[in-house]
Design a protein around this ligand. Structure first.
Ligand SMILES: C[S@@+](CC[C@H](N)C(=O)[O-])C[C@H]1O[C@@H](n2cnc3c(N)ncnc32)[C@H](O)[C@@H]1O
Length: 316
């Protein structure tokens, strides 16, 4: 599934249902990835439609762009940026999005490529940056963060109850030399945790998640994007235009509770304040056939809302 042309996105039908693309509309894909969702949306936009692709990872952005361009006669823009800044790029292009999708996290080729340092299953440099031009790698973070902060980070972003022991073991190990590979870090983390009872998840999983979130400031970027959506929604409700078109549909797919919580809060707030209406009553999850075919879909949660104004559409 690493090949862009065969990659199947998560919750494809549910996402399309929530976004309900129409001919001639403008679609912003905040997390272009391998272009799976974007290609599916583009298929409904016709030659008058516009697809704006955004990704922090230039390699993924290029893959998504070539996939969409290969099958779509409309206009395509590719922006190599953090999605929190995508609204500024849209404004610069003079566009207002009718649909926005953020399918959070990483794509399989990023994890499968050992040189990215995202996986402990294959040894590689301890990097973890989705954008290789970002200033701090996971190895830098591990080398420089004081023990207490490291423990807080692993506890908060990894929700690992062994965070303190893990941080202590990392600090002890780094006294003997820099920790520069994923296999070395995984070995230190496993050594710090009590043996697991049965075939659960690998003891290193949560620490790796925590470091990836911290290195890429994933929750900070998500919060910034949600704030941009909320303020654009409020502006539209007050009759002022912006980077979102009246009636815009917004969908977010998250993969763990740290991501889902702020999305849920922002969307509930939009409905309560009257600048949006929910498009799905509760988070949509994948069915059994999808989770059997794609284990990553197991933790996927889709939330969607419609910004006030424009044509009506009721919740499903
Ligand atoms: C799960 S993949 C998206 C897959 C895509 N929906 C598809 O169907 O192929 C997530 C993508 O988001 C990108 N990404 C993660 N955080 C980002 C951010 N803050 N800004 C822009 N792109 C981001 C990653 O580099 C990755 O390519």
């Amino acid at each position: 599934v690493s090949d862009a042309s065969t990659h199947i996105p998560v919750l494809p039908a549910e996402t399309l249902g929530a976004l309900s693309p129409r001919a001639g509309e403008v679609y912003l894909d905040c997390t272009a990835g391998l272009g799976g969702h974007a290609a599916a949306v583009a298929a409904s936009l016709g030659p008058g439609g516009t697809v704006v692709l955004c990704d922090l990872d230039a390699g993924n952005l290029a893959r998504a762009e070539s996939r969409v361009r290969g099958a779509f006669a409309g206009t395509v823009h590719a922006i190599h940026a953090n999605f929190a800044d995508a609204p500024d790029h849209l404004a610069r292009l003079g566009l207002a999005a009718d649909m926005v999708l953020a399918d959070l996290g990483f794509a399989s080729p990023q994890v499968d490529d050992p040189s990215r340092g995202l996986s402990f299953k294959r040894d590689g440099p301890l990097d973890m940056r989705l954008n290789p031009a970002a200033p701090i790698s996971a190895a830098d973070l591990i080398a420089e963060t004081p023990e207490r902060e490291l423990a807080d980070l692993i506890f908060e972003f990894g929700e690992d109850r062994h965070a303190r022991r893990i941080a202590r073991a990392i600090v002890e190990a780094r006294r003997h030399g820099p920790i520069t590979t994923t296999a070395r870090l995984a070995e230190i983390v496993r050594g710090a945790c009590p043996p697991s009872r049965g075939p659960g998840i690998d003891a290193a999983t949560r620490t790796f998640q925590a470091l990836r979130i911290a290195v890429n400031d994933e929750l900070g970027s998500l919060e910034r994007l949600l704030r941009r959506i909320a303020s654009a929604g409020q502006e539209l409700a007050a009759g002022r235009g912006g980077w979102l078109a009246p009636g815009a549909r917004i969908a977010v797919i998250s993969f763990h509770s740290l991501e889902d919580r702020p999305v849920k809060r922002c969307f509930a707030d939009g409905v309560a304040r009257g600048w949006a209406e929910a498009l799905v009553r509760r988070a949509v999850t994948a069915g059994e056939s999808e989770t059997n075919a794609n284990p990553r879909a197991r933790s996927a949660k889709l939330r969607a809302l419609r910004i006030a104004g424009g044509l009506g559409q009721s919740a499903v």
